[in-house]
Write a protein that binds this ligand. Structure first.
Ligand SMILES: [Zn+2]
Length: 438
């Protein structure tokens, strides 16, 4: 395959790109809107009416009973982190969760999907948790309240809900205990000292340590989901930041959606791996290195400006030999987390984005490296894209790289991000990803 196919800079500066992994065709026109990233709050932002403690939405700490029951929480006492699983409902307020893992009350792929299509049964440990939970007055009240809320949101009237037998209402709650669509929710809603409504708490506001634990809980959740549902073949992990990226809550959270297939794109990529085990080096990092798109790395991960994406996209790859996040060592997870954190911190909290995780599917025998794409949702594809299947990206990969680099230097100087090499300091050795080693 010729690299010309994938990345061509035309004499007028237009950059034509073809994503080597997805085939997406993209054009970017250089220099049109090349302002440096500003993390300033827009002048028009409404002022924030500060609440202490924060109680702005159902994900805020005083409102623990407004989410599905908690599968895990992380607490931090004098710098030491601890995970508490299946906390009894009457003890929710004894500690403050730095991060919580709960079911999503409005599942994309429902518990019924698994039951009806696979005869899935909740494992005994989950069923026991459900029994114990409902046996406490606080637990029963919590579940009754959120079932009512869910049914109301689904369009039922008070009268209809009133007439629904308790057993039927509690059946609705099964998904809260045994479903495979989950969330990992951060503690904060707004950043420290926020005075305006747009100053939300993003991934980049965390310390490296907090971000590591956010990643670690997400990785552990992937593993736990696979243990609890043997029909799951892939778990889609993503974070939508701000409404224009599809977030229904402004409060930072990740989502995990269990699936019984890999999806066409991953399937296609696994086929590529079968033909060429080194494809993620060759058309990923090596390719990016040759075109000077690699702009940050540490010993465990490497980041570059991606080509052939509808939106400006930063790709962060794990260098590990392991293909699944939960097969990584804690040190490797920390390395990935640090680099992803650095990217979020450099972008700031004002750019709407999707963070998407990719990795070797649970039942794949060909290894795909764990990688995270951060897509800036700064444009809305219009009619041109629909008609031609050529997407217009408002930024060239080089422009994206050049926006990130000065911000990363500054943050590193200020000690706000983990140790990393930036721009020309990157070594970019050939084949830096080691996933292909058996
Ligand atoms: Zn909130």
């Amino acid at each position: 395959m010729s690299s010309m196919m994938y990345y061509t800079i035309m004499p007028d500066g237009t950059v034509k790109q073809l994503n080597p992994f997805t085939g997406t065709e993209v054009w970017a026109v250089a220099g049109r809107r090349s302002k440096p990233i500003a993390n300033d709050v827009p002048q028009s932002a409404p002022p924030l009416e500060v609440h202490t403690p924060e109680d702005y939405c159902s994900f805020c700490p005083p409102r623990y009973y407004e989410t599905a029951p908690e599968k895990s929480r992380l607490i931090c006492t004098n710098g030491s982190w601890e995970r508490i699983d299946l906390l009894p409902p009457d003890r929710y307020f004894e500690t403050t969760a730095e991060f919580r893992r709960t079911g999503n009350m409005f599942e994309i792929v429902t518990l019924d999907y698994w039951r009806k299509n696979y005869a899935y049964k909740m494992p005994a440990s989950r069923a026991r948790w459900r029994e114990d939970y409902l046996a406490t007055p606080a637990g029963l009240k919590h579940i009754t309240d959120i079932v009512y809320y869910k049914l109301r949101r689904e369009g039922k009237t008070d009268e209809q809900i009133e007439k629904t037998p308790l057993a039927e209402k509690l059946a609705v709650a099964d998904a809260f205990f045994g479903g495979g669509h989950e969330m990992v929710i951060a503690k904060r809603h707004f950043k420290d000292g926020a005075t305006q409504a747009s100053e939300l708490y993003s991934s980049g506001e965390m310390t490296e340590e907090e971000h590591y634990w956010y990643f670690k809980l997400t990785v552990d959740s992937i593993r736990d989901i696979t243990i609890n549902n043997r029909y799951v073949r892939y778990i889609s992990v993503f974070q939508n930041w701000l409404r224009s990226a599809g977030a229904s809550f402004d409060h930072l959270h990740k989502q995990l959606v269990s699936l019984d297939e890999w999806g066409a794109s991953i399937q296609g990529q696994i086929k590529m791996l079968r033909d060429d085990a080194n494809v993620y080096n060759e058309f990923g990092v090596n390719f990016a290195a040759h075109h000077n798109l690699v702009f940050a790395e540490n010993d465990f991960a490497i980041a570059y400006a991606g080509i052939g994406h509808r939106y400006p996209t930063i790709e962060i790859y794990s260098r590990s030999q392991a293909g699944r996040p939960y097969e990584h060592t804690d040190e490797e997870i920390r390395g990935m987390s640090n680099l992803v954190h650095a990217i979020h911190a450099a972008m700031g909290s004002q750019i709407s984005c999707n963070e998407e995780w990719y990795y070797t599917p649970i039942d794949a025998v060909y290894k795909m490296p764990w990688h995270v794409l951060i897509k800036w949702r700064v444009t809305v594809p219009a009619g041109f894209e629909g008609g031609t299947s050529i997407f217009i990206n408002p930024m060239t990969p080089i422009e994206l790289r050049d926006k990130m680099v000065p911000r990363l230097y500054k943050l590193r100087d200020e000690g706000k991000i983990g140790w990393l090499r930036i721009a020309e300091e990157c070594r970019v050795d050939p084949n830096p990803l080691k996933y292909y080693i058996k």
